[in-house]
Ligand binder design. Sequence first.
Ligand code: PMP
Length: 428
Amino acid sequence: MTDSQRTGSTAALRKRHRAVLPAWLATYYREPIELTHGEGRHVWDAEGNRYLDFFGGILTTMTAHALPEVTEAVAAQAGRILHTSTLYLSSPMVELAERIAELSGIPDAKVFFTTSGTEANDAALLLATAYRRSNQVLALRNSYHGRSFSTVGITGNTSWSPTSLSPLQTLYVHGGVRDSGPYARFSDAEFIAACVEDLEDMLGQAEGTVAALIAEPIQGVGGFTHGPDGLLAAFKEVLDRHGILWISDEVQTGWGRTGDHFWGWQAHGQSGPPDVLTFAKGIANGMSMGGVVARAEVMDCLDANSISTFGGSPITCAAALANLRHLLAHDLQANARRTGALLRSALEAAELPVVREVRGRGLMIGVALRDAAAATATLEHARELGLLLGKGGRSGDTLRIAPPLSLTDAEAREGADLLIEALRRAGA
Ligand code: PMP
């Protein structure tokens, strides 16, 4: 292929993508978009169209697109040293680990950096199974935890779990979804009691030791669904009795996104923090970083050597430190709470027949629709109107809204108007 053939149109790129990348890599839209650049809460495609970004690359843009502090920190670090492996001391890595350990709420915490959420959950499972000397793990139905061999094994959402073979023995409990079946009619207290009973029942059936329960405080790919506040605290009481570790997968719910809390687990924090917490997505504002936080006793339970070539590289740590400083200095958690409430109330006030439920917290809002076809149609209409959205849910019937956390009030109103118009067109 010549160079001029390589730099063709988006249509040509779609064809080349199909030819050379795996068929199972999902893309949005009938005609997938080629994004070229972004600024603030907006992105542009190769055909010059501008979009208000209500999905932030599945929450990877945590604060804002092309945040100058992050760009400068990355450029400065790139001009200094790129040596990455954990064989040498690195000041950005230690400083970031200290900040995250402190923010995590986990006492005596240590941090291990990875390059993705999948790898973070994989490391959490390695720690928990080694610590408890068992490969039995509890997960929630409808969960998503990654695409590696171990993490698809704990992913309850079958449309994202391509193999039933797994190095783990996974037992699925209720707790993430309550919008269908008999659980839908339960009050919060009844739902919690039923889920705890289900957990106890599962533990009764498990043979021998169970290592951990892994749960997303709000299920991301699952359609921004969640149990009532306090559910995971009720689970923790049972887990503590059995010595089972609680792993909170905060890959989508961390860093203030849920508005009221810095971490998703804090909506369930009555009985204390999780034993292990995993993070990824937006921490380095689009650069590949994930990680695990755990009590030192758990983190240090491995007794063979390990190493990471890229996890916590000076560049991604510099990006994450600049991003985190910006987030905290501008109290973007409070911004998520305020703009999220604006968005929710605009959507609820529109009373659209195609909408079954508006749910979520802060700037993590799920809009469950009549069916999957309505969600697909809304995504297409929103695109035509200049708004990017996400999609999810067990049957793909839910729109996911998770803009960069610096969303302004005016952008929240503008986005709500565009979304309502797209929903009207889809419901017509
Ligand atoms: N956990 C959760 C809750 C996620 O939403 C995701 C990604 N969608 C992952 C883990 C995996 O992260 P990554 O794609 O960075 O491997």
